[in-house]
Design a protein around this ligand. Sequence first.
Ligand SMILES: Nc1ncnc2c1ncn2[C@@H]1O[C@H](COP(=O)(O)OS(=O)(=O)O)[C@@H](OP(=O)(O)O)[C@H]1O
Length: 367
Amino acid sequence: MACKLPGNTTVSVKSILRKCAVMLVSLLASFYLLQSLRQLGGSSVRSPDASVSASVSASELVEASEAPLRTKRVLHRWTVGSVARQRFEGGAPGAHGSASTKLRPLGDGTKRLPQAIIVGVKKGGTRALLEFLRVHPDVRAAGAEPHFFDRFYDNGLEWYRDLMPKTLDGQITMEKTPSYFVTREAPARIYSMSRSTKLIVVVRDPVTRAISDYTQTLSKRPDIPSFESLTFKNRTTGLIDTSWSAIQIGIYAKHLDNWLQFFPMRQILFVSGERLISDPAGELGRVQDFLGLKRIITDKHFYFNQTKGFPCLKKAEGSSKPHCLGKTKGRPHPNINPAVVQRLRDFYRPFNMKFYQMTGRIFGWDD
Ligand SMILES: Nc1ncnc2c1ncn2[C@@H]1O[C@H](COP(=O)(O)OS(=O)(=O)O)[C@@H](OP(=O)(O)O)[C@H]1O
């Protein structure tokens, strides 16, 4: 059918209807698109470049894990600087910047010197702590141990900075090198990098720590003497060989004295290696508070793996799969003569008491 319009124009009704249908469809499509965008970012996320409310942190965005898949995809591609840095008082030279409220693509960022370091102790549970902390969206950590303040100090701070992962404003850079705790020069060197560096020490019963240390050496050099013979200078008198590093490291009070020459106690957090196994979420709560982070890591992140005999992560950083620490963590220890163990307990007791006094926490190694 055709109609005659004024001006002698002939328009087919079919073509008008077709045009109307096309307009309606585009209108509906635009409306749907608009609605989806609104759902996606709420009122804060408008476009990848749009600024967001200063109170929205990367952590809070990750908490939106219950959100639809579509939202999740966007959150993976875009993240925002959080307010954590504002709460985090520490910071290395050049590491401070106002908490950014700009959305930025992941992979962007700057390598910064660490604002917090896990300085010890060897075999205390330092890897477990760092792996657990990495789950936090406001924490980024160097993978391997840099050993800057003990072995590679001459390489300079720029070398050290280059080992660090990129971070966005508001994210904390961390590393762990457990040998720092017993390195004489480490406190002065860290202090000269930044006097506000936060220090974390994971401590564990010095006797089991010594056995764990020995177990590690034994796994690399199966021909070493027995634990018992390395422990004593003189087996008959029962004199302990304190020059053996496995014994030396556990005299925590002595090493701590060295750190206190440079850092106040409030800048050092002591994590119980035992509690990190029996109550990982509890210890992680303390660590997050100390770092000025929102308490994101909770019970929900852990499960107890019966085969491993240790707590594991339900989802590792950047993965959706469960994750336990590797085979070298949580190894069975050789049986040690109980009389030797008892002698070591007696040896460490006064040092432990001093350490409890200094830290204000009773770690319960002498119960
Ligand atoms: N969740 C979890 N999984 C596995 N292992 C755990 C965990 N939490 C703490 N631990 C304890 O960590 C001990 C190793 O400590 P470190 O990581 O500090 O060792 S190292 O100094 O870096 O070599 C390691 O010591 P060993 O048991 O002697 O192997 C563990 O007891």
